[in-house]
Ligand binder design. Sequence first.
Ligand code: GLN
Length: 482
Amino acid sequence: MLDKTLAELAQGLAAGEFSSTELTQSYLDRIKAEDGALNSFITVTEEQALSQAQAADQRRAAGDAGPFTGLPIAHKDIFCTEGVRTSCGSRMLDNFISPYNATVIENFNRAGAVSLGKTNMDEFAMGSSNESSFYGPARNPWNTECVPGGSSGGSAAAIAGGLVPGATGTDTGGSIRQPAALCGITGLKPTYGRVSRYGMIAYASSLDQGGPMARTAEDTAIMLNVMAGFDPKDSTSIDKAVPDYTLTLNDSLKGLKIGLPKEYFSDEIDPQITAQVQAAIKEFEALGATVKEVSLPNSHLAIPAYYIIAPAEASSNLSRFDGVRYGYRCNDPVDLEDMYKRSRGEGFGEEVKRRIMVGTYALSEGFYDAYYKKALQIRRLIQQDFVNVLTEVDIIMGPTTPHPAFKLGEKTSDPVAMYMEDIFTISLNLAGMPGMSIPCGFANGLPVGLQLIGNYFAEQRLLNAAHQFQQATEWHRQTPAR
Ligand code: GLN
């Protein structure tokens, strides 16, 4: 029962093959036995999970079960969860028990989901390898000497390692898609505004977006059905009807127009990745799609623009962590200033401090026009590139990452080398468009991800294309040796 997808587990629960309590207990046992090697969870909420499972079983017995009732998942530790520590991977929030639920958590609770716990992540979602977590890195189940990617690395590692069938993530510059690619699972970053950010601890508010991670496109569709929707508590949430994302999964791909940006197929990419991605595109052609070369001429500017905009927003968002209201406070401060300085100095890790410094500098008087304003202008050009190309084609495809998973420690001393791992994912957050990563092969025994990019609110189309690919291939069914 533990190797089934969410869709299969839902069937099993509905058919009475097992109860949610049995299912939940089996997952909890597996986490206990195996997460020592992966470190994919920061907090396992055993008691709460079992009581949610019991409630789900009762609801089912009463004939009141919905499609998600009794299904176990986990949440990235960035989503505020009432009564549960919500650390955001930081010492700053190590002692923070959230007094309220994020809207995403509320939505899953209402659907009757069971939460097994909170997953590991880069500190405040800043990173591409999970190594900036205060709780130590999560590890890649395909090779535990390698990183699982980041920042939603705990969610990806837990799913790939079979410790949970689905989990939430957040994506500011690639943090759902990049770990999904590196761990060989499926991840979807929705259109900005599709999933509420209320209660999702802010990194860079104009880029942050929550989304589902699971083994299959069908499972991410089932999760997105629960997650998506208008939320009056989030001022950037969009009031637009949510379709049932599972209804269009089986539409034909005949005539689907795929664009391949020439900038995404350069020699700096691992040739094995390029080969796997090209083979996947052939598969789409066999399913009836047509392919043409397109160009996103400003894509090389995405990383520099992002590393002004994201730190600028972070420096403002993270100013709330001052040792006064909640979170970490240093011992024995001599005065107020000492308390601010030491609480922040001791509570934040190195990467977070680097971003706060860069962001504060970029926003300071005299530099604002040269850096921040310029970055916003580039952001608009990048968005325009996507808008132009997506009038000619339905979906843009390419590799999710330039390389497969790298070794722990390999890039920690070179932040720019780390930032370059997001070269294909970051531009989409600047544009606000949806994107997915699905498994499409292996390079040296490590998973390779194919990225699918669509126009605003084209989640149905992405999920449909991904599902059809997964009906025709077996890559998403591969699991690491256990
Ligand atoms: N790796 C990128 C960063 O460090 C993106 C992270 C994310 O999407 N949260 O900012």
